[in-house]
Write a protein that binds this ligand. Structure first.
Ligand code: URA
Length: 278
């Protein structure tokens, strides 16, 4: 890639887009030196979960295979400042929201405008989990409020649900730059928070939206085509009983692949059946 200084104005914008810079962030200047200092502190801290979004490398990475995907994050429970320790200390959803806002172990957070926690009704009994916020979600601080959120609303409506009768969150609460997929390491860092989130909500049914959420929560390497349309269970020490889990296609994928909507519709019917008392 050429250097930006050598390019005419239009090409400079193109160059920024190619480099992943796809929005301006507001009218108040951001002190990048302070952010860099924070990042340096995080890198220096003995936090086995800290990961750099740029390099994917942190001081001591947890391999994706060890991601505490079924609530088993006891290996770092005792280390203050780690996601596992902070998540284990949370006894309410408000504690968890504040813990995520305080957490400093993932550089994704420094590039994002918001910590996107959740939307909807945590008492509803149905919890949907997506991948990570996009641009509109980052701007509003709420999950699924952009184009894929509109389709998610329609998917929920197809089985008589809306945001007052469902609860929605993501595996990763910070928008990855340029909407790239979160890396397995970034997902692994966030998993203790997500496991605790599921424990605190204690839903009747979990819906996993897309391959990233499905493989993170089910701890399976299979793609979404293999995982969707079948019931699994999510188990975690803080849950009174295993939660039935169904994976389906991500609404963003359905927007690009309308022919897959038929299968997603079948998946939603499976959820409705599970929720309907016999
Ligand atoms: N895609 C996601 O996975 N989550 C959101 O919140 C928005 C888009």
């Amino acid at each position: 890639m050429k250097s930006a200084a050598a390019l005419p104005p239009y090409d400079i914008l193109r160059w920024y887009l190619d480099a992943g810079v796809d929005e301006t962030m507001g009218e108040v200047p951001v002190d990048r030196y302070a952010a860099a200092a924070r990042t340096a502190q995080v890198r220096a801290a003995p936090n086995p979960e800290a990961v750099s979004a740029e390099s994917g490398r942190g001081p001591a990475r947890i391999p994706a295979a060890l991601a505490p995907a079924s609530g088993d994050h006891t290996h770092t429970h005792g280390i203050p400042g780690t996601a596992a320790h902070m998540a284990a200390e949370c006894h309410t959803l408000q504690d968890l929201r504040l813990a995520l806002e305080k957490f400093d172990g993932l550089n994704l957070k420094h590039a994002a405008a918001s910590t996107v926690f959740a939307d909807g009704n945590p008492e509803a009994g149905i919890m949907c989990i997506g991948e990570a916020p996009g641009q509109e979600e980052d701007r509003q601080g709420l999950p699924f409020v952009g184009p894929s959120g509109k389709l998610l609303n329609r998917m929920l409506a197809s089985i008589g649900l809306d945001r007052s009768t469902a609860y929605i969150t993501n595996v990763v609460p910070w928008r990855p730059p340029a909407n790239r997929k979160p890396t397995p390491d970034e997902v692994a860092v966030c998993m203790p928070f997500l496991s605790r989130h599921i424990e605190l909500v204690d839903p009747q049914v979990l819906i996993l939206l897309g391959g990233a959420a499905a493989s993170a929560v089910l701890a399976k390497a299979d793609g979404i085509n293999r995982l969707r349309g079948r019931w699994f269970e999510f188990n975690s020490p803080g849950l009174p009983r295993p939660v039935p889990v169904l994976a389906t296609f991500h609404p963003a994928y359905l927007l690009r692949t309308p022919e897959a909507k038929r299968d997603a519709w079948r998946d939603m019917l499976m959820v409705r059946k599970k929720l309907t008392p016999h």
